[in-house]
Design a protein around this ligand. Structure first.
Ligand code: AMP
Length: 357
């Protein structure tokens, strides 16, 4: 894509969840149209899009027809089958590109990429047997977390091990899936940077947010993060290096562990990110608009923050708290999901806690 998309052009979004929904809303504000693609007919993003294809991700004919009607295709999740990407790429550009997807789809590739840039990551080893776990734990000399290389999210596909005696059982729990073992990092807190890169290589980053997880799922993000300024700069510069190395177009989420010896990169997500939802009420231009601008070939907005914000995720029955939160002044972001199931992200709220400071 060489020219910026004109208003009225259609952006395709693979995945119809809440991230797709908020991308579609941002695109609509910019006068762009959205066509979403998701197996579910009433997906959250479909409710607010101009067109929706309800078909599986292995329906090559449906994917091809979808892509033929789009000027550019983006996505809200990273585990997109390769054949689907091939079909789409035959018809129109995909942003962010294949390199970012391939890197983030596989934890081993991701770790190798990040350490290849000279960035700090947790100690890790490639695991294909219980024996590999025993050897890696002896080498690392710490407790560890076994993580499947692919398809893990929100703490799924992970088993924690205190000693090497648990190797057999841990490996069996992942059903023998290819995995990595990560040594436990002495983390004091977790932060993330949401950053964007435009087609001309310009980069804009939002302030790092501090994240707290509950039961493996993001619970709150707070800005400003309670970490020294030098670590905030490190985090932002690191995100910029990752964006450049991937020749990236769009918004990325980069998660870090804060440790006594500095930042350790945990993982990257080649998409808008739950820990960037605070930008909707803390910045003039939020992560969703920034992503749409980038993939449409438009100039990025500046990512400065005008307010301090605390974002709270509403998971499952938390959705019942909405009336109370509304009365307390929260900015509400509901996803249009009919049924509240345990662990299901239903909505989030942003509390503006003061002017930026
Ligand atoms: P992940 O899905 O890889 O982000 O892991 C989920 C959560 O587990 C992280 O947010 C951390 O709180 C914790 N965790 C993951 N890997 C490590 C590690 N190597 N050392 C310490 N804690 C970790």
């Amino acid at each position: 894509m060489t020219k910026p998309l004109a208003p009225g052009a259609t952006i395709g979004i693979l995945g119809g969840g809440q991230l797709g929904r908020m991308l579609a809303l941002a695109a609509a504000r910019l006068g762009l149209k959205c066509h979403t693609y998701d197996p579910a007919v009433d997906a959250p993003a479909a409710q607010v899009s101009d067109a929706h294809t309800a078909a599986p991700y292995d329906d090559i004919a449906a994917l091809t027809a979808f892509a033929q009607g789009c000027a550019v295709v983006t996505y809200e999740f990273e585990n997109i089958p390769t054949a689907a990407l091939d079909a789409i790429e035959g018809a129109c550009p995909i942003h962010p590109g294949r390199k970012a997807l391939a890197t983030s789809q596989d934890r081993l590739t991701e770790k190798e990429f990040l350490s290849g840039l000279g960035l700090h990551v947790a100690p890790y080893a490639d695991i294909t047997s219980a024996d590999d776990i025993r050897t890696a734990m002896a080498d690392m000399g710490t407790a560890g977390i076994l993580k499947t290389r692919r398809f893990g999210y929100d703490g799924k596909g992970q088993v924690r091990l205190k000693t090497a005696d648990e190797a057999e059982e841990a490996f069996a729990q992942l059903n023998g899936a290819p995995a990595i073992l990560e040594g436990m990092v002495p983390l004091m807190s977790e932060i993330s940077v949401i950053a964007a890169r435009a087609t001309d290589g310009a980069v804009a980053a939002f302030d790092p947010g501090e994240n707290v997880h509950k039961d493996g799922i993001l619970d709150t993000t707070t800005v400003p993060a309670n970490v020294p300024n030098r670590l905030k700069s490190d985090a932002v510069l690191t995100a910029g290096r990752i964006l450049n190395a991937l020749d990236y177009v769009g918004v990325i989420g980069v998660e870090f562990f804060v440790t006594p010896s500095g930042l350790v990169v945990n993982e990257i997500a080649p998409r808008v990110h739950n820990s960037g939802h605070w930008t909707q009420n803390g910045c003039a231009i939020d992560q969703f608009e920034q992503h749409i601008r980038a993939i449409a070939g438009w100039p990025l907005g500046d990512g400065s923050r005008h307010s301090n914000v605390r974002m709270e995720n509403l998971i499952g029955d938390d959705i019942d708290r909405v009336p109370d939160l509304a009365a307390k002044g929260a900015a509400l972001h509901l996803y249009g999901k009919a049924e509240a199931r345990p662990g299901r992200k239903m909505a989030h709220v942003n509390f503006i806690t003061g002017p930026a400071g």
